[in-house]
Design a binder for this molecule. Structure first.
Ligand SMILES: Cc1ncc(COP(=O)(O)O)c(C=O)c1O
Length: 398
């Protein structure tokens, strides 16, 4: 599999030391252990320790040669790029007016919570969950309604009975849904999404579907956009998308929030306007356009690398650390693993990982109590770095 990425036109093998670029993830690692030698990357926050696609960097360079960086109206080329991507990659026909810009999916989620619920209202989350979901609820003084995923036959599944019960809670107003799911990497099937949609509709909830990982799907799986499951749910959902996970553009802070229903869109936009937000920055529009018009070949290389790294983790753990359970990576580049059979507390795991093995995961407990004893490993990094980290782990636990 190495040859797929090594011989490709793109560079997926050079390890980029992102300390030089003030990467947040690298700074967190150095704070946790200042003695980490140069050349060891962290495997935590979900961005890529890989160079950006050359099409994006060269395109930005060309643009900057001529551009004047004043206030910028939403460019038609950007809008068409987003519409084209949704159609080509996801079979979803998006009308240009459905797209609302936000400077991140997390800010959009906070905004949706404020727009569609009142203080004290209930927001349902499938747990373990990407932790800003909890913050969006708690910081806005809403009530978190937890519906833990169920591990059955090696896969995390939605507890539909639990969801039905929570949806019937008179406080419940909104379901904050992650698809594909971070941190378990589940790519929900169309049938699963239909059942979720039916519960949402039956109880008159609003569905905020965070689909930021929608392009990152491994062979054998298929991502379905929630709004394509039926016209009924399309009119009750807010679909959060962005080029940021796919193309390593998180620092550009551009996301596309697609809201087919005019009334919901107006409420969302009104709340956003109340924060004083009115536009993305000029380069955010441009990078999104470049990624969505010229990035597909690079993305194929990235997916091959993630697939290779996932296979390497599975094989390595089976051979050298069989107590660690490695779940199938269906989507995202975030490998979810169960370390509980090693018999260590979460604190011990963290200490051994960070101080002895020099492997910096996102500790499972960050995603809620259901994640304690699990680890999330970012696989969007050169193969050699993954292999070396596995070897260091085996030396500490083996
Ligand atoms: C599910 C999910 N939503 C949102 C984000 C971040 O979104 P943004 O950087 O656009 O705020 C992430 C980043 O890891 C994520 O995994």
């Amino acid at each position: 599999m190495d040859s797929v990425t090594d011989t490709a036109k793109y560079d997926f093998t050079t390890a980029v030391d992102r300390s030089a670029f003030d990467s947040e993830k690298w700074a967190i690692m150095r704070r946790a252990n200042p003695a980490v030698p140069a050349g060891i990357p962290p495997f935590s926050v979900a961005d890529l320790d890989l160079k950006n696609a050359p099409e994006i960097i060269d395109g930005l360079r060309d643009y900057l040669r001529h551009a004047v960086l004043g206030y910028t109206a939403t460019p038609e080329a950007y809008t068409q790029a987003v519409v084209g991507w949704m159609q080509r990659r996801h079979g979803w026909t998006v009308q240009p007016e459905w797209i609302v810009q936000s400077n991140g999916v997390v800010p959009a989620i906070f905004n949706a919570v404020r727009a569609f619920t009142a203080p004290g209202d209930g927001v349902i989350v499938q747990t373990p969950s990407y932790y800003p979901f909890y913050q969006a609820i708690e910081r806005n003084h809403r009530k978190l309604l937890r519906n833990p995923l169920v591990l059955r036959d090696g896969h995390f599944r939605i507890d539909f009975d639990g969801l039905e019960k929570l949806a019937a809670d008179p406080r419940a107003r909104l379901l904050l849904f992650c698809s594909p799911h971070n941190p378990t990497s589940r790519v929900w099937t169309r049938d699963e999404l239909r059942r979720v949609a039916d519960i949402v509709l039956e109880h008159g909830l609003i569905l905020v579907s965070d689909e930021i990982h929608f392009d990152l799907v491994l062979p054998g799986h298929r991502h379905t956009i929630m709004a394509t499951v039926g016209a009924d749910i399309a009119s009750r959902c807010i679909v959060c998308t962005a080029p940021s996970k796919t193309f390593n553009l998180a620092g550009m802070q551009a996301s596309n929030i697609v809201i087919p229903n005019e009334e919901l869109r107006a409420r969302f936009a009104e709340e956003l306007a109340a924060t004083g937000f009115f536009s993305l920055n000029t380069l955010a529009y441009k990078t999104c356009e470049l990624a969505y018009t010229q990035g597909e070949a690079w993305l194929a290389g990235l997916l091959a690398l993630v697939q290779r790294n996932h296979a390497a983790v599975r094989q390595f753990m089976a051979r050298r650390l069989p107590q660690v359970r490695v779940f199938e990576l269906q989507g995202t580049y975030l490998q979810w693993m169960d370390f509980r059979a090693l018999g260590k507390s979460p604190e011990e795991l963290r200490r051994i990982n960070e101080q002895q093995a020099l492997v910096f995961f996102d500790e499972g407990g960050m995603f809620g109590p259901e994640g304690a004893g699990f680890e999330r490993m970012n696989l969007a990094t050169p193969a050699a770095a993954v292999d070396a980290a596995l070897e260091r782990l085996a030396q500490c636990y083996g």
